[in-house]
Design a protein around this ligand. Structure first.
Ligand SMILES: Cc1ncc(C[n+]2csc(CCOP(=O)(O)OP(=O)(O)O)c2C)c(N)n1
Ligand SMILES: CC(=O)[C@@H](O)[C@H](O)COP(=O)(O)O
Ligand SMILES: [Mg+2]
Length: 648
């Protein structure tokens, strides 16, 4: 079924649904109409705003079933990763909010407690829901509360280690926890690994569920030898299943298992969920779904089933925005060029080969790219293994997702001084995906790792150069981080100071305003903020007459010695970074000046240590006062306090 094939729904039924309570009275026929209306709604809205279309088209019946069988918010619903919670939002009174989905002041693209008491997990990092669920179910059991926790987790999220830590604990309880495995066989791309193969094996044996229905129909509803029909059927099922179908690994863990069921068959979904609810204990409901179901352009999109497109043409599914040269593309091209020269260079992705650009390397050297699933911790330590065996791994992840692998980077990689390069895409403020997607922590969190170097290229030319330098480092790990979106215009240096020793990398002088030995302001502009620094310098020099120098350190960690020497020649140092201020580059430079007894005041501009709501990157930076106009005003004010008034 797809939007164009389906009779165009008029949305009347959907508009009558003001909350989950309205679902319970609907007939089976009305439910299938409602499902079609929800799909039309999703395509119509997300085609205008962009967002997670494929995942949400795939969970319409599952989400309807959750709200029909359980009672949210008394029963608690958890969505792993949360990108597939749009249907839940539609059913819990937020249809009107979709016109501003993922936009400032509009609906979050993930569950939001501020939006609704039906929502809980706001973190968009995968593989966390089952741990939350275990904790919540334990709390309700401790208080003797008769309520279920229902967690939806995708097959991709299940490749994350935390899920198995949670399942190990959940299996040891008798708590009321229903886990819906939404098995569409994909993360972005097809899900990898033995778990995925196991789920596929289970998927291939739907027969026993159908046999169960057959036996149920033939026996009719009459109790047999005094036993309720279901117990007899269950015994029959067990016999058939053991004969024709493998036991699921979930059952091997001691968990009850229901499925696999057709996750788009509303009746089957609700039957399975009622059965699971009736167990009153931990149970897996294995639902087989299709990502993008019901909208042909998504179903047929081989890349990622329109996982998270920007605005698109609802009729064709084609993206509306013309592709621009992205940081990711520059990285991908240079990585392939390096790999052509360096057979020891290999790539690792955590289920995001296309979004991180590693797919380009996989197309050229398929045997040298490893997709480890949504498993960033494993990515880091398996990279350590690759390096111990003499290779140079390049681990490409979004900056925010490396947070969870801090211990692995610190002790498994850096303590062993292993040559692993972590390429962090989407570093800094990203925007529509909100605070758990902002890549603002890496320079602070990983800045404390002994022996690890961090580079933040300012444009395509320095990305290429600094990537080459990073993969040339053999005595420890390196991080290369760059922001989301279109790559900044090239910003050539006037000259480089230092770097000849091949250690610090030196400092690029990007702009110099004014003359004289005693200079007023040194602006240290990190990464893509180099352009901002150059713009600010021009304003401050022109409007206040200060002498200003703008520099871009080739490595932002450790702080280059040349930066300390340059600071000594200025009256004020200002750092600009697309990362949290606490423990960021500003703090590191201030410490380096203190350690060198360079007594020059320093002011650091960066992202305040807080949770910043979603919006566009430009809006959020403007809200934070990180614009050329705001920064120029601040720099002028700070300079006025330390630069002696001049007689003009
Ligand atoms: C820790 C972490 N790594 C990577 C991502 C990026 N990501 C978002 S959704 C997704 C795929 C999720 O697949 P699955 O759990 O199967 O859900 P589906 O989209 O198929 O419904 C990934 C890798 C993430 N959100 N969290
Ligand atoms: C949910 C998730 O982690 C990703 O799908 C995220 O939305 C990626 O965003 P971009 O690739 O658009 O930066
Ligand atoms: Mg999936």
């Amino acid at each position: 079924m797809s939007v164009e094939e389906d009779q165009v729904t008029d949305g009347r039924l959907l508009s009558s649904v003001t909350g989950p309570q309205d679902l319970k009275r609907l007939t089976t026929d009305e439910m299938s109409v409602l499902a079609a209306e929800i799909r039309d709604f999703l395509v119509a809205k997300v085609s205008r705003t962009g967002g997670h279309l494929g995942p949400n088209l795939g969970v319409v019946e599952l989400t309807l079933g959750m709200h029909r069988v359980f009672d949210s918010p008394r029963d608690r619903f958890l969505f792993d990763t949360g990108h597939q919670a749009y249907v839940h939002k539609i059913l819990t009174g937020r249809q009107d909010g979709f016109d501003l989905l993922r936009q400032r002041g509009g609906l979050s693209g993930y569950p939001s407690q501020q939006e609704s008491d039906h929502d809980l997990i706001e973190n968009s990092h995968a593989s966390t829901a089952l741990s939350y669920a275990d904790g919540m179910a334990k709390a309700y059991a401790l208080r003797g509360e008769d309520r279920h926790v229902v967690a939806m987790v995708g097959d991709g999220a299940l490749t994350g280690g935390m899920c198995w830590e949670a399942l190990n604990n959940i299996a040891a309880t008798e708590n009321k926890l229903v886990i819906i495995v939404n098995d569409n066989g994909r993360s972005y791309a097809p899900t990898i690994g033995g778990l995925s193969d196991h789920l596929a094996t289970l998927r291939l044996n739907p027969g026993y569920e159908k046999v169960l229905d057959l036996v149920k129909d033939s026996l009719g509803a009459t109790p047999v030898v005094g036993k309720p029909v279901y117990e007899v059927l269950h015994a029959v099922k067990r016999g058939i299943k053991d004969a024709v179908a493998p036991q699921s690994m979930f059952e091997d863990l001691g968990l009850k298992y229901v499925g696999p069921i057709d996750g788009h068959d509303q009746a089957a979904v609700e039957t399975a969920l009622r059965r699971a609810k009736g167990f009153n204990g931990p149970v897996i409901v294995h639902a087989v779904t299709k990502k993008g179901f019901g909208y042909r352009p998504a179903e047929e999109d081989e890349a990622d089933c329109l996982h998270g497109p920007g605005a698109f043409d609802a009729e064709t599914g084609k993206l509306l925005a013309a592709p621009s040269v992205k940081w990711t593309g520059v990285f991908a091209d240079e990585l392939v060029a390096i790999a052509d020269e360096r057979p020891d260079v290999v790539g690792i992705t955590a289920a995001m080969a296309e979004p991180t650009g590693i797919a380009k390397l996989a197309r050229k050297h398929p045997e040298r790219v490893y997709d480890v699933g949504i498993a960033e911790q494993h990515a880091a330590t398996s990279a350590a293994g690759l390096a111990l065996a003499g290779l140079h791994p390049v681990v490409a992840v979004y900056a925010t997702f490396l947070n969870r692998a801090f211990d692995q980077v610190l002790l498994d990689v850096a303590m062993h001084r292993l040559p692993v390069t972590f390429v962090l895409d989407r570093a800094g403020i990203t925007g529509p995906d909100g605070p758990s997607h902002y890549g603002v922590w890496d320079m602070s969190v990983f800045g404390v790792v002994p022996g690890l170097r961090i580079a933040a290229p300012r444009d395509a030319a320095t990305l290429r150069e600094e990537l080459r330098e990073a993969v040339a480092v053999e005595d420890g790990p390196t991080i290369l981080r760059f922001p989301t979106g279109s790559v900044a215009a090239d910003l050539p240096a006037l000259r480089r100071v230092g770097g000849a020793d091949g250690v610090s990398g030196g400092v690029d002088i990007l702009a110099e305003h004014g003359s004289g030995a005693e200079r007023d302001v040194l602006i240290v502009a990190v990464g893509a903020f180099a352009h901002l620094g150059v713009d600010v310098a021009a304003r401050v020099a022109a409007e206040q007459g200060y002498s200003v120098t703008v520099v871009d350190p080739r490595w932002v960690r450790p702080v280059p010695i040349e930066l300390v020497a340059l600071a000594r020649e200025h009256r004020l140092v200002v750092t600009l970074e697309d990362g949290v201020r606490n423990g960021g580059v500003g703090d590191a430079v201030a410490k380096a000046l203190r350690d060198a007894e360079v007594d020059v005041p320093l002011r650091d501009i960066g992202v305040p240590n807080d949770w910043h709501a979603h919006g566009t990157r430009a809006q959020i930076l403007a809200d934070l006062g990180i614009t050329a106009q705001d920064v120029a005003r601040d720099v002028a004010a700070w300079a006025s306090r330390v630069v002696p008034a001049r007689t003009h």
